[in-house]
Each structure stands twice: as structure tokens, then as C-alpha cells.
Ligand binder design. Structure first.
Ligand SMILES: [Zn+2]
Length: 615
């Protein structure tokens, strides 16, 4: 087995700046005393405990105990063997390694390096090959594609764009001639074995972009279809390999990482051409995922670059198409956002153009402007959620509130939650109290939430009245009678109250004449869930808010108050609807709504009189 000579290893250690090596992966800041600090790449942390001592050539993490020299760092962070790590550092330092054969006489320089270095070398050679092909006659379509998207020949060269030519195996043949084995090409994902036993190139007749890892080494390719008779997918990427892990890879990161660390900001776009367009337009912090959604591992990579800590918050800006898929992606990003201390923003182009299209249509400035006009992700997510519901109906607003409240509850900055609850209530046209309650419920631990709901809705005046009406129906059903039965579940604001009201109807209503424990049991049996059952038990024994025995007058006042609440809600709905109708363009609709509003307001006045006891 090959062994690198000890003095060469010492030379590699000597010529390597550990700060530079670690800085490729982790943004380091001065920690005083000549030391540097950053977020540990080996464990999840929000305050930096990963310390590097350039003078001593070592790193150490106080959080997880990881530590060692530059060779050890590359072994652990890139999952390299010792020899692979030494080879990579030697390559960067320009050192030609010499190998001992199992401790015997020094051998020549041509030795079997580690697998990863071989695979990287194969990719570098492949990238060269593809780049060379881009100028051939067969690549005309690829050149046109780039030109049509506003990329000059220079730009194409800067991004290493290439062309995978026609034919079964031109790349494989080329690389085999350069000494790479069939197994290496297969493992790298550059080619695959055909049935005949020979190799077939993975990419054929496609425009290709080399994908680099953080250190700048090419580890894979993205390839776009150019010809109509190509029945493969629009984009094809390198498969998972010992080098290429799509959950970690971000296209453009090796170029963008300096600016990302410097500006404390990363812009996430959707495709290779979008990264190019952003960089060309003066947004050098743009990166893109490759063939997968932006996920937790990508966040981990960016967080370490942004040095996203409790005291320093980086910015991640997502640009998305305004279409359904883009919206979904944004909402998913919101879920992931919880792992990120920094602030997350959304930038959606007004015409749903991606950055590449935007640059073509409106120029570089429009791309920079798109990023500048970002909005907080939570605002965007709330807007998208509300847009899925019909806010003209009570049901729509209640459902929208249920879906939106958890988003507000998830806002990391707790002080911002009340502000967003108010905003949500305003957008829904609802009172603040139920929205706050829904947010609080969504913030609470998930356990027991169904059991706790019945006891909760008690402290607003309207909820008190709703409770009181149900208590009357349960405790004095004969007296509550037809007046109670005339008011359906929609009169009640909270879903659990609505469920109890529906159960009373299901049990035959107060008109059945059944009273006492038998009546309560009948209602409990009709309840849809444990929460409603528990509430029935509670309301059956909770004292009524009346001195002495309840009388018919008390029932009338209570039920009038109950209706005031629901009529007021209907009036508010109607008012917001009237405001949205153009009185000139839709005159008939406007007049009908205004008439309805007028009679409802009259009804509300009468109810308020009754509620005040003036029958
Ligand atoms: Zn650590």
C-alpha cells in the first residue's frame, strides 16, 4: 500500500494555512489573542465555539470536542481518507508528493492517489473536454441558447459552460485515454456501463455547467436539454456519488462564497442561468440548488458561511416564480426557516419572471431591484395562505385563521408575534381576540390541545354569552325552548361551541322536553369528539350568571345578546364586501348589498334594545 513520505507530510503541514483551509467551509472572525472563531461544522450551534489557532496550526471546538490540524479538518469535513486529505492540501500548495511502498525504498511520483482525488481529477478533465466542445459546429444550439439568454462568449467561459457532444461515448473515450478507469468514470457518475460492457456517457447533446464544491473543485455537472428529440428531462444532473451530494450542493457557491460572507447575505435562485444572470447583473451572492429543493443541509452550509449566530443574523433571500410551485417552495422554506437564526426574505418578480428572464427583459438594474425589494418570508407566507380561502365567508375566514395562526406562532422573533397577530386580524376582518387565541394555541406544545380547547374560549364578552346560551339549553331546556332552537350553530363563534350547539340539535333540540341527567347524556352522546363532550359536562354544572332562578326574560336577554354578536359579525362581513364592490361598475350588486346592510343594522339595533332588557 502506498504511503506518503513523512517529510512530505511535514512539508504539507508547514505550507498549509489552516485558517485558509477552514475558511473555505466556515467563515471565521477574529476572536482575539490571534485566534479565530466560527460556527462548528461538526455540530449544530448558534453561538460560535469553534476556535482556530493559526499560529499553532490547530482547531478545537469547545462544543463537541472536535479538533486537530488542517489534514484532520479536511478528513472530517469532506469525509476524506488521510491520504486523500494530504493529497488535496499538497495540490493546493503545489507540492509534488513522493510515496513509500510499504515502508521500502522511495518510489517515483506516479502513484495511486485516493479515490476522491481521482474522481475530482476526472471531473476537471471532463469540464475541460466539455468546454472545448462548446466551440464545435455540433454545439451551435448550445451557443444559441446562451446567447438568447443574454450571455456573451466571455460569460460562458467564466462559468465554464460546455457542450456534451453527440455520440454514445466521446467523453468516456477521452477520459479513458487520459488514464481513468471504467470503474472511476462509473463511480463519478460521468458514464454508465452499457449492456455490451462498454461505457455510455451520462450527458449527451446537452449544454453543461460544471458544479463545484465549496473549495472550487468540480464534483458534478448540470445539463440542459437542447433538442426536441431528446426525450430525457429538461435538466439532468450528476447522480449521487462519493463527491456529489445533491442535498448539500449549491451551484455558484464556490464563486459566491466570499461575497456571501462579506455581505452577510445569500440569494437563492432556481437555475444555472439565474445564477449567471444574477452574478452578471451585480448580485454576486446568488446560488441555486441542483435538482432538489432547498433543504436543511443547504441551510447548514450557508449558515456557516454567513456565520449566522444569535448575535449576528445573516440574510437569506429566496427568489421564486409567483406560480404555484414557487409558492409551495416558499412555504416549505418557511418550515426550514426555523433552523435559521437570520432573517429570511422573499423576492418575487412582479411579472413572475425568473432573474434570467427579468435581466433579458428589463436589464441588470431590474435584477438588483428585485433583490432590493425583498419582503419578509412570513409576510409572503401569510399572504399566500390567506389567498387560498374565500374571506367573504365566515367559514373561509375561520379556516384561513386556523392555517395562518401557526405561521405567526412560528415567528422566531417573539416580540414580532403580537404585531403579526394584529396584522392577521386586520387582513381577515376579524377581531383580535380569536386570532391571538389561535396563535397562542398554535404556540403551545401539541399535547392535550384538544382537551384544552373547551376551557379556553371563555373570556371575551361574546364567548361568555355563547357559553351562557348553551348553559341555558343544557340546564333549563324547557325554558330555553324554541327561542334557543331557532338559532343555529352559525350563531356561535368558536368551533367547539358550534359542535355543542349541533349536538343539542342532534339530540332532538330543547323541544324534546327531556330534562336533567338524561338530557345531558343525550347531548353528550351526540357530540362529535371528546373536547365537545367535556365542554357539555362543564356547562351542565357551571352556575348561570343570574341572581336566583333564571326566568324567561333572562333567556330572551341572553339570546338577544348572542345574536347581536353574530349579526355584528355579518354586518362586518357585509361592510368589507361593500367596500370591495365598485359602485359604478357593479351598481346593482352594490345597491343590493347596501340594502341588506341597512336592514341588518336595523335588526342589530332591535336586538341591542332587547339585550339591554327593553323588551
Ligand atoms: Zn463542534
Amino acid at each position: 500500500m502506498a504511503r506518503v513520505k513523512d517529510e512530505d507530510i511535514a512539508l504539507v503541514r508547514d505550507r498549509t494555512s489552516i485558517a485558509d483551509v477552514i475558511n473555505e467551509t466556515v467563515t471565521l472572525r477574529s476572536a482575539g489573542g490571534g485566534n479565530l472563531k466560527g460556527l462548528c461544522p461538526f455540530h449544530d450551534e448558534k453561538t460560535p465555539s469553534f476556535t482556530v489557532s493559526p499560529a499553532r496550526g490547530v482547531y478545537f471546538c469547545h462544543g463537541c470536542g472536535a479538533g486537530g490540524d488542517a489534514i484532520k479538518f479536511l478528513m472530517d469535513v469532506d469525509h476524506l481518507s488521510f491520504i486523500e486529505s494530504v493529497e488535496r492540501l499538497a495540490g493546493k500548495a503545489g507540492i509534488q508528493l513522493r510515496y513509500d511502498e510499504s515502508g521500502k525504498s522511495p518510489a517515483g511520483p506516479r502513484q495511486q492517489p485516493g479515490l476522491k482525488q481521482r474522481l475530482i481529477a476526472a471531473h476537471v478533465a471532463a469540464a475541460d473536454f466539455y468546454r472545448g466542445q462548446l466551440t464545435t459546429p455540433g454545439a451551435r444550439k448550445a451557443r444559441e441558447f446562451l446567447a438568447q439568454r443574454g450571455f456573451s462568449k466571455d460569460a460562458a467561459e467564466r462559468y465554464g459552460c460546455g457542450f456534451a457532444p453527440e455520440g454514445w461515448d466521446p467523453l468516456a473515450k477521452h477520459l479513458r485515454q487520459k488514464g481513468f478507469t471504467a470503474e472511476e468514470l462509473t463511480t463519478a457518475g460521468l458514464a454508465k456501463p452499457a449492456r455490451s460492457g462498454s461505457l455510455i456517457d451520462r450527458f449527451r447533446r446537452r449544454l453543461v455547467w460544471p458544479i463545484s464544491e465549496l473549495t472550487g473543485d468540480v464534483i458534478g455537472f448540470g445539463a440542459r436539454k437542447l433538442f426536441d428529440d431528446d426525450d430525457g428531462p429538461k435538466y439532468l444532473n450528476t447522480p449521487e456519488s462519493p463527491l456529489y451530494k445533491k442535498s448539500h450542493v449549491l451551484y455558484g457557491l464556490s464563486v459566491a462564497k466570499r461575497e456571501i460572507a462579506k455581505q452577510g447575505r445569500a440569494v437563492i435562485v432556481e437555475g444555472y442561468t439565474d445564477v449567471m444572470a444574477c452574478h452578471e447583473a451585480g448580485v454576486p451572492t446568488a446560488v441555486a440548488t441542483c435538482g432538489t429543493a432547498f433543504g436543511a443541509d443547504h441551510i447548514g452550509v450557508l449558515r456557516r458561511l454567513l456565520m449566522d449566530t444569535d448575535s449576528f443574523a445573516g440574510e437569506i433571500i429566496f427568489t421564486f416564480d409567483g406560480d404555484a410551485a414557487g409558492q409551495k417552495a416558499a412555504l416549505r422554506a418557511f418550515e426550514e426557516d426555523q433552523r435559521f437564526v437570520g432573517r429570511t426574505f422573499i423576492a418575487v418578480s412582479p411579472d413572475n419572471m425568473d432573474p434570467c428572464e427579468l435581466r433579458l427583459a428589463k436589464g441588470d438594474l431590474a435584477v438588483r431591484d428585485l433583490v432590493a425589494r425583498r419582503e419578509p418570508l412570513v409576510d409572503f407566507a401569510l399572504r399566500q395562505t390567506l389567498s387560498r380561502f374565500d374571506l367573504d365567508t365566515v367559514e373561509g375566514r375561520v379556516e384561513a385563521m386556523r392555517k395562518a395562526a401557526p405561521l405567526v406562532a412560528k415567528i422566531k422573533d417573539r416580540e414580532k408575534r403580537p404585531e403579526y397577530a394584529r396584522k392577521l386580524a386586520g387582513d381577515l376582518g376579524m377581531e383580535l381576540e380569536p386570532v391571538q387565541r389561535a396563535v397562542a394555541a398554535a404556540s403551545a406544545p401539541e399535547s392535550q390541545s384538544t382537551a384544552r380547547i373547551p376551557a379556553q374560549p371563555a373570556d371575551s364578552p361574546q364567548r361568555m354569552v355563547e357559553r351562557e346560551a348553551l348553559k341555558l339549553a343544557l340546564q333549563v331546556p324547557v325554558m330555553a325552548g324554541p327561542m334557543f332552537d331557532a338559532l343555529g350553530p352559525e350563531t356561535y363563534g368558536h368551533p367547539v361551541f358550534q359542535a355543542v350547539r349541533a349536538a343539542i340539535a342532534e339530540a332532538g333540540g330543547t323541544a324534546t322536553g327531556v330534562t336533567g341527567a338524561v338530557w345531558i347524556e343525550a347531548v353528550r352522546d351526540a357530540c362529535p369528539d371528546l373536547g365537545a363532550k367535556a365542554l357539555v359536562g362543564e356547562l351542565a354544572v357551571d352556575p348561570l350568571h343570574v341572581d336566583g332562578e333564571p326566568d324567561l326574560r333572562y333567556v330572551q336577554i341572553t339570546l338577544a345578546r348572542l345574536q347581536v354578536g353574530s349579526v355584528t359579525t355579518r354586518i362586518r362581513d357585509l361592510k368589507s364586501k361593500v367596500q370591495r364592490v365598485n359602485p359604478v361598475a357593479h351598481k346593482d350588486e352594490y345597491l343590493a348589498l347596501a340594502g341588506e346592510l341597512f336592514s341588518l343594522e336595523q335588526h342589530a339595533r332591535a336586538l341591542r334594545d332587547q339585550a339591554a332588557g327593553g323588551l
